[in-house]
Design a protein around this ligand. Sequence first.
Ligand code: TXA
Ligand code: MG
Length: 348
Amino acid sequence: METLLLTPNEENLLLAANALQDGQLVGLPTETVYGLGADALNEAAVRAIFAAKGRPADNPLIVHVPSIQAAESLCHIDDRSRRVMEYFCPGPLTLLLPKKPIVPEVVNAGLPSVAIRIPSHPVARRLLELSGVPVAAPSANTSGKPSPTTAQHVMDDLCGKLHSIIDGGCCQVGLESTVIDMTREVPTVLRPGGITPDMLLSVLDEVAVADSVLRPLKEGEKALSPGMLYKHYAPKGTLTLIKGSEQAVQQLMKKLYAEALQQQKTVQLFAFSEHLPAYEGCNVKCIGSLKEPETVARQLFAVLRQADAEGVDVLFSEVLPAKGVGLAVMNRLSRAAGFRTIDADREG
Ligand code: TXA
Ligand code: MG
């Protein structure tokens, strides 16, 4: 199939909306990452999403709707969840809510809950309105690869496997939505994102964060969110995170860089803008500002993809505190590194 790359004008959005109604797959921009959308109530269309991504069938999808009212036909919303939705939606938040029978089991892998998101991106919103169907959409990457934050990333991974991709430019947030399980007594963040636990506390008395957010699952441990089971966000090269005091980190990064060069490897360093001068003469990529984790969130996936495109074998990255949006950044960075971390203070 020839995949159309569409600019987001009304005519093209109608074309894409018709494709969705027809059971076809459409790549759509959201404020977090690009999604691979299909009519959530059309089982065959939903199966096609799993096939296109190479995604395991036991990893459930998020259903996108334009409003709380549209969500109500798919799930049960109690007062507490409604408060959260009224405050944060539309926005980069996904709520796990008790599912109604209308949602086919293929969407949510047979679980009792369904993941609901009301995106704020104007193109996503217009597409949802025009199609009039709830849209199941995982991130529009090949399973295991970093999520796409541009239309070109979607094209690179999935060209020929979907009807069209709507080009809405670069994604504002850059990391996938915060996933909060509202079916638990204490609402629990399963995947951190742009809406932080602190922000959620402005409308909830209590918020828990799944402790597997910053560590690998233990042997035999059940994943609260099936997505946490799978290798994620991984570049082709081997990424290692270097933590510790600023000076020790910079010294070790440069030492490891020199060693890799000696072994004839293509090596790259990921560093914050504030520290770039320390790595003069090295192949270094700026991943944003240490002081503004949002800037790191916005470019992390693009930088990981770029390293792949440049054929980088070995990568070393600085880290930032796992606070605020930094928690989401470290969740993705840790997974991209397969949790390989060196403490520069101990190493030195
Ligand atoms: O920002 C986002 O959330 C993007 C855009 C396109 O909306 N979507 C996205 O979808 O990241 P995906 O499929 O890549 O990630 C969804 C995550 C997975 O980890 C999945 O396991 C989890 O949400 N999930 C979905 N439904 C669930 C459920 N009923 N119970 C537990 N986890 C669920
Ligand atoms: Mg994904």
